[in-house]
Design a protein around this ligand. Sequence first.
Ligand SMILES: [Mg+2]
Length: 236
Amino acid sequence: MLPEAILFDLDDTIMAYRSANTQTWAEVCRDAAAGCPTVTGEDLDQAIQAVRRWYWSDPQRHKAGRLSQDQAYRDIVALALDHLGNPQGLSAAAIADAFSRRRTELFALLPGAEATLERLASAGVKIALVTNGEAAKQRQKIARFGLERFFKAILIEEEVGIGKPDEAVFRRALDDLGVRGASAAWSVGDNLEWDVAGPQRVGIYSIWCDAARAGLPPGCTIRPDRIIRAIGELLE
Ligand SMILES: [Mg+2]
């Protein structure tokens, strides 16, 4: 039984996003360090990963960073280079911008995602895209993969001025779709706080997309109403 409406997340739910990160940082670090006698690509990659974990762990910093992503990457690399004693010949901006460019090239739809959206839309399900981050970046992905046609509403954090997991963004999505009760909608996404706990507080049935098959993290108090590996399972 399909619901009247579904609110979909974009990154790592419809589109492969995080998987592109690890590979890209490793490649960019290897290339950058090739011209530097004192630091290896692995040293640089490890220093960047350590700063990244710290940087994105704070919700306020996360929000500022995701709304100014290119600058966030430059700041992260600059801090990592600081930790390495600022090796000569390495530029934080050049490394960060190379990362942004190369990662963008690797973006791809997850297998089966497009066919699933197609079938849900043809079945008459009202579909909204609810995504955090910068308008230009998210709009670029939507256009590149021709996703606009599936959505009756698109809510991007920078455009609407509110982001997940703020309850207001889920209410706004239901309003935009013309859905009266939250219980008529599902939320589907990979982020436990943003795509599951947030919409559950509004009364939306919330499905966690655990593509990595990692299971709930130890000590996690969030309880998804359903767990799937890929959005194609919604049709089963
Ligand atoms: Mg996501």
